[in-house]
Design a protein around this ligand. Sequence first.
Ligand SMILES: *Cc1c(COP(=O)(O)O)cnc(C)c1O
Length: 433
Amino acid sequence: MMNEKDLKNQKNPKIPFLTKEKTEEICKEYPTPFHIYDEKGIRENARLVQKAFSWNKNFKEYFAVKATPNPFLLKILQEEGCGVDCSSYTELQMSEACGFSGSDIMFSSNVTPAQDYELAYKLGAYINLDDITHIEYLENLTGIPETICCRFNAGGKFTISTEIMDSPEDAKYGFTREQMFEGFRKLQEKGAKHFGIHAFLASSTMTNEYYPTLAKQLFQLAVDLHQETGADIQFINLSGGVGVAYHPEQTPNDILKIGEGVHKVFDEILIPAGLGDVAIFTEMGRFMLAPYGHLVTRVLHKKHIYKEYVGVDACAANLMRPAIYGAYHHITVLGKEDQDCTYKCDVTGGLCENNDKFAIDRMLPPVEIGDLLVIHDAGAHGFSMGYNYNGKLRSAELLLCEDGSVKMIRRAETPADYFATFDFCDIMKDYLK
Ligand SMILES: *Cc1c(COP(=O)(O)O)cnc(C)c1O
């Protein structure tokens, strides 16, 4: 099924960045399952993002730390000119440890605890308020910083042409349009001098029109806010939501086209309004890393009942997107890339939950016990959504470096890690070593 002709016909051929031989070699040192990231792919993509927005003088991509919170990966993105988007205390701590500070950090949180705001303020991060009531909350905690950002919720449905992309009216985030005006005035009274506007109106979008359509709305809002309140708008943050082609039949987004689309509306709306100095920010997570991460797992068992099952040593605790959203993740059986996909099976993990399936009725080459599988596009919202259900331990994270060597960037959990939170008593003490 996957002969050369079919591969060519795919819009998005899924070719692993690892061969079977290389992976077997890695497995001698690091047992499966593990997440592995491709440094070369990450850097090339990050450079393309910078190029796409190079027309904007102060453009900055703030990588959404929640997508893949690993200091080694944050450092790579930092070297490529990225900042970080944090939403919690520990994400701020990790960013601080990596040397991000001040305008390198965007703090886009919601239902924010006091200590999180305090740390964000201390680091000099751009604070993105999720709600109008947070103005007084922040004022009482730290005072209002000179530069402050407000998150906008446009309400209604977010549509491109006639297609509904998402329903902001049902989303818990942000200020209403009226609240944006009221909020800006309040913040000005309390000493704010410079403003940012932020919105995240649709997730995992698969059209080059998402950012330009969002930008148009935000640029018009910026002009209105500037004209009505006199506020100095310093940046507009398009946040995340740019999707990746998880399925081989999907056409990947073209970031250069996306950048050009935003450029066009910038020239149409902001320049004539005298707002040509506004910086464009993005907060992509998925687009920055998803395609450059594989979850590598080995086949432990095969089972033949009413259906065919391939049981692997990874489970939903390593990658929960298929289990919770029914998300598609492409699977390659290493060493069998050229074989026909004639075997229909469910690929499952070992959790005591029937939704612990990486694939349902997937056509694969005939799979054998011991085969290595690559689960594609696991580089964002993969490891980070992991959990310890059924006492499963988090895997290692590895980096395939540009020179071809492999470096551990997070060790695998051990039972001692799992039991560590009982260290205040003696019951588990023999297992804490
Ligand atoms: C999750 C999130 C992002 C990143 O979203 P992606 O879909 O990974 O691009 C950016 N900004 C905020 C505020 C988020 O919550």
